[in-house]
Ligand binder design. Sequence first.
Ligand code: SF4
Length: 512
Amino acid sequence: MPEIPPERFKPYTPNVHAVVRLEEALPPEHPVHVFVDLVRSIDLGHFVVPSGPKGEKPYHPHALFGLLAWGSLHGVRSSRKLARLARQEATFVYLAGGGAPPYRTLARCRRDNAAAFTTVFQETVVLALRLGLARLGHVALDGTKLRANTSKHKAMSYGWMQRREGQLKAEIARLVAQAAAQDAAEDQEYGVDSDGYSVDEELARREARLAKIEALRARLEAEQRTEQGLTDEQPPVIEDTEQRSFADGDARMMLLKRGDYGYAYNAQAAVDEASGVIVAADLTNVAPDEGHLPALVTQVRTLRATTGRDDATPTTVSADAGYFSHDNATEDGDGIDRLIAAGRDDPAARTTADAPRFTIEAFGYDPTADAWVCPAGTRLRRQVTPSGARGRPTTRRYQADPSDCQACPLRARCLTPAETYRVLVARRGHAAGAMRFKLRQPAARRRYARRKVIVEPVFGQLKEDRGFTMLSLRGLVLASAEYLLACLAHNLGKLLRVCPLPVARPATVVAV
Ligand code: SF4
């Protein structure tokens, strides 16, 4: 167990009488005993825990972290509720060591240690791998949107920011011009000390509003300049409909469930098939999933390297069509076997009259045979123009056997009336075609079919069981920390299953 100098903090188990009472309340087989052991095994030497307002010793990091993690595991994220439970509920009192930290201390601990939760999350994953709970055989990726702690009504579009700024500036100028005359008239009507209508108040309100809008617009422009690679002097191109929230400037408008739009973050998770442990997690304000795959795969690669897995036992990483891109499909190999759906449905299954003609997206590419495979399963072989033949030589022309096309039930979807066999000129798209071909093989299909049942129950546990549908902290850094705390608590919950119960509990606690 990592050493934390005991003299720096309030003792972890300060009240022997409370602990003895808890021994009666908490039977030896209660999982909280294992949880305490797990929490104590985590290195929290880098945690920042402030002293009390009167210079009292700070609470022990393991006590505060234990409360936050146990609370998250049981759907309690409010620091006020946690502080109350730390005085009233046996498991929370036990985790707090009887210390009963106030809610401000818990809230500050969560905010001040936002960066530390990443390290602790990784520790829980490595522990799960070392104990053989997680195996990195098959890891399924998915993302879910978590509502940000703001509302649509606390936001403004870029176009409206510019119009409103103009309006407010005009109103401020008018009020300034009227101020002296109106103040004099109001002094006469209400008296000098009257709290009636005041131009100064109106002016202050408008100036404060204008400052807020200007700050939000400047922030939006700075973000877009960085995105568009412009200098500080160059004006960025921003659509009038682009909007930002005053309450949480990092949150973005995203599609939530059932066509409902709202301010949210995109929470990503890679879940281990064997255990349901979240092995990689990330939270961003980028709505499409596609760009998140490289970072999650990098986390999985790091774990493989940390635990000494070689390329002979690859990790299958499966992801739905939202993650499909040419680059994501290309970077297969090096111990990672990617299975990314290249489309949402099988093109051959669409038989309606308005179904489009098969394009290259309907064909898979078999790299070992250098052949494209059509929806009917026929191979289109590469046709190399013989040397000396007339016309421009083509090296990317693939052709089906006319006898296969003649009897094909899908020919109406594949051939024009003038064609008797299909020719495909494929200059690019081989990586995407190879991924499609791979996913059409029965073994890969079976593995891919597991994706949903691996990752979706984990989001179900986080959102439905623990009520984690909305973030309570604002800003990308704090929102990420909140999500990682939920993920590491989930992992600790999984670890409870495999860690042995301690042999002797509170009876051996040393009174301080
Ligand atoms: S027409 Fe030929 S290439 Fe097209 S789907 Fe049928 S067999 Fe395949």
